[in-house]
Design a protein around this ligand. Structure first.
Ligand SMILES: Nc1nc2c(ncn2[C@@H]2O[C@H](COP(=O)(O)OP(=O)(O)OP(=O)(O)O)[C@@H](O)[C@H]2O)c(=O)[nH]1
Ligand SMILES: [Mg+2]
Length: 310
């Protein structure tokens, strides 16, 4: 790409509970973005990640090692990881020195899975907030295993965690139900998938729980929790099958809209594109998909220039 690298950078902070698929998402999304012609840098912020499947542009393990922290401070894996994040928070000049030469890239941050980091601990939020001061515009992409849809009680817990994460992390936010390729293996869902993704009228979940001998004793508690989620009216999900490029495309559309990438100088600035991003209409993305097919069929870098000229 000719010319000076733009100062504003865009990216995704990939968060979610342990095993929800964050590292796999970073691999799949980075491959997809490269196929679209974006220059991508994947940053590993999880010192517990081992055997990274993607090419890592920056690795927090170079700054602080989880094993060393656990040995030196006699901490368990959870406490050790929290310490590592606090250490990173105290050494953000290291991170900035690593990110500055990568200006012009689209960033994917693979974050640790400790739930408290996203619901009440301050270190990760403070790191994201500092990145915003560096003009790095992030969307929080919060992954939740779709397995939780199979149990209404677990789904209420997931809704509470997702809401708490949205309020705590304070970034533009997209919630994903990951591993959708496995949903049929998890057994029959009590409701249609739309019911779980749109999070409307949660009283049906309560009715479902009423038939459970254990949970019917907690009806009042669940009623209050459900009421809280409905009052905020913030939580919804996009289903994700990371193997399916149309599914990844839908996620990217939401992410680009949330962090403003689709309105930035990097993207085509036609009125049509802006309107499509704003209303989520298909006509824009059908043309992008066509281009993507073309790119996937050929390794010709000229497609990137074609994207920029559109
Ligand atoms: N079938 C299927 N398996 C997946 C998918 N995403 C992740 N997995 C599997 O789920 C497991 C956990 O995936 P990871 O990507 O390591 O999850 P993570 O959130 O990074 O986990 P932590 O770093 O431990 O918090 C691995 O065995 C993956 O192969 C998916 O979309 N479909
Ligand atoms: Mg991981």
């Amino acid at each position: 790409m000719a010319g000076a690298a733009p100062t504003t950078a865009f990216g995704q902070a990939v968060i979610g509970p342990p095993g929800s698929g964050k590292t796999t998402y970073c691999l799949g999304m980075s491959e997809f973005l490269r196929a679209l012609g974006r220059r991508v840098a994947v940053v590993n912020l999880d010192p517990a990640n081992e055997g990274l499947p993607y090419e890592c542009a920056v690795d927090v393990g170079e700054l602080v090692g989880l094993g060393d922290v656990m040995d030196a401070l006699r901490l368990g894996p959870n406490g050790g990881l929290l310490y590592c994040m606090e250490y990173l928070e105290a050494n953000l000049d290291w991170l900035r020195a690593k990110l500055d030469p990568l200006r012009g890239h689209y960033f994917l941050f693979d974050c640790p899975g400790q739930v408290e980091l996203c619901t009440h601990h301050g270190a990760l939020r403070s790191i994201f907030s500092q990145m915003a001061h560096w003009d790095l515009r992030l969307t929080a992409v919060h992954l939740v295993d779709s397995h939780y849809c199979t149990d209404p009680a677990k789904f209420i817990s997931v809704l509470c965690t997702s809401l708490a994460t949205m309020l705590h992390v304070e970034l533009p936010h997209v919630n994903l139900l990951s591993k959708m390729d496995l949903i049929e293996h998890y057994g029959k869902l009590a409701f249609n998938l739309d019911y779980y993704t749109e999070v409307l009228d949660l009283s049906y979940l309560l009715d479902h729980l009423a038939s459970d001998p254990f949970f019917r004793h907690y009806r009042q508690l669940n009623e209050k929790l459900v009421q809280l989620i409905e009052d905020y009216s913030l939580v919804s999900f996009i289903p994700l099958n990371i193997q399916d490029k149309e599914s990844v495309q839908r996620v990217l559309q939401a992410v680009d809209k949330a962090n403003g990438y689709c309105f930035g100088v990097q993207e085509q600035r036609s009125l049509e594109a802006m309107m499509s991003a704003a209303v989520g209409a298909d006509f824009h993305f059908s043309s992008t998909l066509g281009l993507q097919e073309k790119y996937l069929a050929s390794s010709d870098q000229s497609v990137e220039q074609e994207t920029m000229q559109l």
